[in-house]
Design a protein. Structure first.
Length: 376
């Protein structure tokens, strides 16, 4: 089957998934190949076609039509280029599948916006979603449950679980992998960690990997709290360096107030360390059973987070091993094999269930007009 896959920019996660897709003639189009949203440094082996900057809808239309897709996979509907793709799919009667990890809790909702989203979703014959919460959200937008498949958000579990040679013993630390943006709630995490340090006789340190616009603000906060010797911002690291940090960490903490999924949860579980994650992270629903395969907390409750940090430190070897094992069991359904099954099922569903809609021209024009008012 000829499939065209649209993504903002291909990074290591996408390359792993797309490189493992079987039995399909795949064309990958990057809609924003120059994006600096993520500072990925790894070489990507996937061949892609990229939109030039500035791009027009007609440029994308040429790329899509030249690939002669039987099914068009589109990553969300939040960017104007993805809305262009939806418009093109409608106009040219191309079956479409939605790639989504959006949940109801990601951002404030309004009735008007939800009606528009429901209308957009009605033009897709299937979806490949991250997990339970993204499935439930699409159902709320009136997509039939039988047309929704998973998983979408996976990582290379084998890569992160591979034990490194010649690991040097280090003082244990809590690890946070996060872009330095408001949604990641890092100010809360740093302040809570300072309280944990003050309550604990033998506190361990906090290491934060990632970059973003709040870096100066976070460094200033660390200094203000007198935590320079305990909280370390190490910037954006490549996957090989991140893997080392996982395997030497005591546990991984994710404190986000908005997190559709949270791939660092997959990575940490694969690496064999416990996790303490915000209940608002989409992955917490599928991967974490509180106190069994990890810990879950409210991202506005510092006392609860401190309690979970202390519980991690109090685990004996048997308790820690049991939690790590349960996490790996939960992760078994979120690997490349299951991604392939979901991807193939979504493609087949879109092709078999496709029926051209009435008033295609008006619908395509309506979606295009939406692209003119989107903020992304």
């Amino acid at each position: 089957m000829r499939i065209t896959y649209l993504v903002e920019k291909v990074g290591p996660y996408h390359a792993f998934r797309l490189g493992g897709i079987k039995s399909h003639d795949l064309t990958v189009i990057e809609t924003r190949p120059q994006s600096q949203k993520y500072a990925w440094k790894e070489n990507i082996s996937i061949q892609t076609f990229g939109l030039k900057t500035p791009a027009q809808k007609s440029d994308l239309e040429v790329l899509i039509l030249n690939s002669r897709p039987e099914v068009l996979f589109i990553t969300g509907y939040g960017f104007k280029e993805m809305l262009w793709a939806i418009s093109i799919g409608i106009k040219h009667k191309i079956p479409m599948s939605l790639l989504s990890d959006t949940t109801y809790w990601d951002e404030p909702k309004s009735k008007a916006k939800e009606l528009i989203k429901s209308w957009l979703v009605s033009h897709f014959q299937s979806a490949l979603v991250a997990g339970t919460r993204s499935r439930e959200y699409l159902i709320s937008l009136k997509m039939s449950a039988e047309n929704i498949f998973q998983p979408y958000d996976i990582v290379d579990n084998d890569y992160y679980s591979e034990k490194l040679i010649n690991q040097k013993p280090q003082k244990p630390y809590f690890l946070c992998i996060s872009r330095l943006i408001p949604a990641k709630n890092l100010g809360f995490l740093i302040k809570t960690f300072a309280e944990y340090k003050n309550q604990t006789e033998d506190p361990i340190e906090l290491v934060i990997l990632g970059n973003g616009p709040l870096e100066k603000e976070m460094r200033d906060l660390i200094s203000l709290l007198g935590m320079d010797s305990y909280v370390h911002l190490k910037g954006f690291l490549i996957n090989a360096e991140v893997r080392e940090h996982y395997q030497m960490a005591e546990a991984m903490i994710l404190a986000s107030i908005s997190e559709p999924w949270g791939l660092c949860i997959n990575e940490a579980l694969a690496a064999g360390i416990p996790v303490i994650v915000s209940k608002l992270a989409g992955a917490s629903e599928d991967l974490i059973q509180d106190s069994i395969s990890g810990y879950v907390f409210s991202p506005d409750n510092g006392s609860e987070l401190i309690e979970k940090m202390k519980l991690i430190r109090q685990q004996n070897p048997e308790q820690r091993a049991s939690m790590i094992n349960q996490g790996k069991i939960r992760l078994e359904n979120f690997d490349l094999e299951h991604f392939n099954l979901g991807f193939h099922a979504a493609a087949e569903k879109s092709r078999s269930a496709f029926k051209p809609k009435l008033f295609r021209g008006l619908r395509a024009h309506g979606v295009y007009q939406l692209s003119k008012i989107t903020n992304s």
